[in-house]
Design a protein around this ligand. Structure first.
Ligand SMILES: [Zn+2]
Length: 282
């Protein structure tokens, strides 16, 4: 049932069309054109898609969470919401502020999703691995590390660091680089240990473990680009944006992450104060 006092047209179809047009205008002024709904000449009804778009529009304009939930539950557009969409100028200062914050958030998320970081891979670096500890098994946990060494500024530095760490870890009898991922200061992601291989990054807790390492040592913090890449991994590591040999079988955020030394009986300071950055992202 759609009976909106603010829409003076007497046919329901015309009311729906007017609401859709009003939403599309609001979406356009907020650079959310990808959320616009089709408007056509024939009869229009309040479909699920239209209700969903109305919820998004009302959300972007600052409607309260409870109102949005009720709309979704009841497939309906309350008069107050239709009024807000028809005339956003009637909103309270609080609604305006909330709406602006939500739209900024939505744009930021869209930007993050569409920006794929630069990659380098173990295969490109010619790193070969031996299976010393067997398969990784079902991935159930993750750890954040530093190298206790130099930072890596960019892809070239990171390639050197990965080659050196690979040699170092191999020399310890671990079969190769222990980190699945290393991230340079400029956000370049280096895919190292293949996803199927169990590595030796966190003594006694390596089964089902994946590891991220940002080169650096005591007192070093992540750069903004490093943070963005670690965050990108948390959201996209399981997608086909990542080479198959290095792809996580499930979303990184779906299992637990800790700093290296937070795992039981680890006598290391790793990852130093970068733990704060990891915590912020995990
Ligand atoms: Zn560590």
């Amino acid at each position: 049932m759609l009976q909106l006092d603010v829409l003076t047209l007497d046919k329901k179809s015309e009311q729906v069309r007017a609401l859709a047009n009003a939403m599309n205008r609001r979406f356009e002024t907020r650079s959310l054109k990808d959320r616009q709904v089709p408007v056509f000449d024939g009869p229009m009804t309040l479909t699920r898609d239209l209700v969903d778009a109305t919820v998004t529009c009302a959300w972007a304009l600052g409607a309260s969470r409870a109102t949005l939930d009720a709309m979704q539950r009841e497939d309906n557009v309350p008069v107050g919401v239709a009024r807000m969409i028809r005339n956003p100028g009637l909103r309270t200062a609080k609604q305006k502020e909330l709406g602006q914050r939500r739209v900024a958030q939505m744009r930021q998320q869209r930007k993050e999703r569409s920006t794929v970081p630069k990659f380098i891979t173990a295969a490109q670096l010619g790193l070969s691995f031996q299976d010393v500890f067997g398969p990784k098994g079902n991935v159930v946990r993750g750890a954040g590390h530093y190298t206790a060494g130099h930072r890596a500024a960019n892809a070239a530095d990171l390639a050197n660091e990965m080659r050196n760490d690979h040699r170092f870890h191999k020399g310890k009898g671990w079969g190769g680089l222990s980190y699945e991922v290393m991230v340079a200061d400029d956000g370049t992601i280096g895919f190292g240990n293949p996803m199927r291989r169990k590595s030796a990054a966190v003594a006694s807790t390596n089964t089902g473990m994946v590891n991220i390492c940002c080169p650096g040592t005591t007192g070093d913090r992540m750069t903004a680009k490093q943070k963005a890449s670690v965050k990108w991994l948390m959201d996209n590591w399981h997608t086909n944006a990542v080479p198959p040999a290095h792809r996580l079988p499930k979303k990184a955020r779906s299992f637990g992450w800790k700093g290296h030394h937070e795992y039981p009986s680890q006598s290391t300071a790793c990852p130093g104060v970068m733990l704060n950055d990891y915590k912020e992202i995990f």
